[in-house]
Ligand binder design. Structure first.
Ligand code: 5AD
Ligand code: SF4
Length: 441
């Protein structure tokens, strides 16, 4: 236990997985008696939880690490730890130490189990710690410092076996490892007891949950078990790979009461040639058939996706296939990215890399199309009544509340009573481009 005047600060980059990892890291600091710092320039220890999915993330992190140099110049006792995906790339850990010699410790994506010891060492020693290795074990965190009430995040698996040719994740997060069903259920039962209303189950490819356990477990079964044994009000999950989306899961979305009427299903490209080069293992036709099945079983389901533009050798024709597919499906929302070359992946060495100018033109066209589709989808919601889990008050006005419908749309409405954490019925009266407005019923 440390003297309780010591302050910690965490900077988190990247996906929900990292955001949740930082909640576990905060839990470790607080268990040791550290207190959260208001900003990094007053902290005694600063931790960077990093991401390397795209070059833009890495550049931002390197820039922000540069700033720490000045803070450390004023406070030489400051300790700096860097962990997460960026450090797990070959040589990057050592490069970080060379470029930023003030870094005291570099830990890999298994920082959770390494962190308590590393903190003790840093405050009793002056040596550097470089500790990046792969593990197959799953470490069950005892303390998680959550700050997203009434929402919460729960890992169900780690790693990825898919090796999509553009993606660095399998190299930095290792192979798929599923958490035991009983550990997941215990965690969610505890969250329900603590008053949380919604759990998002996290994994790089939740559809292959249980494949490594060899005990007959599957993701659809897990959803049913969680629903039956925890009483949690709402369940979401991400991310799903189309090649592993089973009929069993499609029916679970319909039949398991707490599972939300929403699915995030990354397509990545609408061109069969590009999907092949991406090693996605499905065709445009396979994907469209899945969407048809999903909508047949769940007629009002909302759908979102991830799309990459400018993958190596992508032509205008390939890109048109993507635009057409997006129109044909009519996604309610989409995350769109310019392809970013990641050293060590297969696509990095593919011929005909697309110029930045073409990537920009393509992403602009796609974003514009998706904006229209999003508005169209929002207009269709006017007059509908949604169950909304109230998350917060509006930034500008504390009588205006916001929360998500089970179709994952942000809904704003007025109430003179504090409703945060409640699930309420809201009738949609107005659609804007990205959000909905309604009134309590
Ligand atoms: N370049 C651009 N986008 C990428 N993604 C993954 N790797 C890359 C890359 N190298 C996107 C994919 C994935 C999402 C999480 O990030 O669309 O689904
Ligand atoms: Fe990356 Fe593909 Fe695995 Fe998703 S499924 S993490 S895109 S390799």
């Amino acid at each position: 236990m440390f003297n309780n005047n010591l302050l910690y600060h965490i900077s988190t980059y990247g996906c929900q997985m990292n955001v949740h990892e930082s909640e576990k890291i905060a839990g470790i600091f607080e268990k040791k008696g550290f207190v959260k710092a208001a900003s990094n320039d007053v902290a005694d220890i600063i931790l960077f939880n990093t991401c390397c999915i795209r070059d833009s993330a890495e550049k931002k992190i390197l820039g922000n690490l540069g700033v720490i140099k000045h803070i450390k110049a004023h406070n030489p006792k400051l300790k700096v730890i860097v962990c997460g995906c960026m450090t797990q790339q070959e040589n990057t850990a050592k490069k970080l130490i060379t470029r930023f010699p003030f870094i005291d410790a570099v830990l890999g994506t298994n920082s959770i189990q390494e962190l308590p010891g590393a903190i003790d060492k840093l405050f009793s020693d002056t040596g550097k710690i470089i500790n990046v290795y792969e593990t197959k074990e799953i470490y069950e965190s005892s303390e998680v410092k959550r700050n997203t009430y009434p929402l919460s995040y729960v890992n169900i698996m780690y790693g990825c076996n898919n090796f999509c040719s553009y993606c660095i994740v399998p190299y930095v997060r290792g192979r798929e490892r599923s958490r035991k069903e009983k550990d997941i259920i215990n965690e969610i039962a505890g969250l329900k007891e603590a008053g949380y209303k919604e759990v998002t189950l996290l994994g790089q490819n939740v559809n292959s949950y249980g494949n490594d356990l060899n005990d007959g477990s599957s993701f659809a079964k897990l959803l049913a078990e969680i629903d039956e044994n925890t009483g949690i009000d709402r369940l979401r999950f991400m991310t799903s790979h189309p090649k592993d989306l089973s009929d069993e899961l499609i029916y679970a979305i319909r039949d398991v009461k707490s599972v939300c009427n929403y699915m995030h299903l990354p397509i990545q490209s609408g061109s069969d040639r590009i999907l092949g080069l991406m090693n996605r293992k499905y065709t445009r036709g396979d994907y469209l058939r899945l969407i048809e099945k999903l909508r047949k079983a769940n007629p009002s389901i909302a759908l979102s996706t991830d799309i990459i533009v400018g993958f190596p050798s992508e032509t205008e024709e390939d890109f048109k296939d993507t635009l057409n597919l997006v129109k044909e499906v009519g996604f309610d929302s989409a995350f769109m990215f310019k392809y970013s070359k990641r050293t060590g992946t297969k696509a990095a060495n593919m011929p005909k890399q697309v110029s930045m100018g073409d990537k920009t033109l393509r992403i602009n066209a796609l974003v514009e199309l998706q904006k229209q589709l999003c508005f169209k989808s929002n207009l269709k919601d006017v007059g509908r009544v949604f169950k909304v889990l109230v998350e917060n008050t509006s930034v500008r006005d504390d009588t205006h509340f916001c929360g998500r419908s089970d179709t994952n749309k942000m809904v704003n409405f007025f109430s003179d009573k504090d409703l945060i954490g409640k699930i309420v019925d809201v009738e949609i009266t107005q659609a804007k481009r990205t959000t909905l407005f309604g009134k309590l019923v």
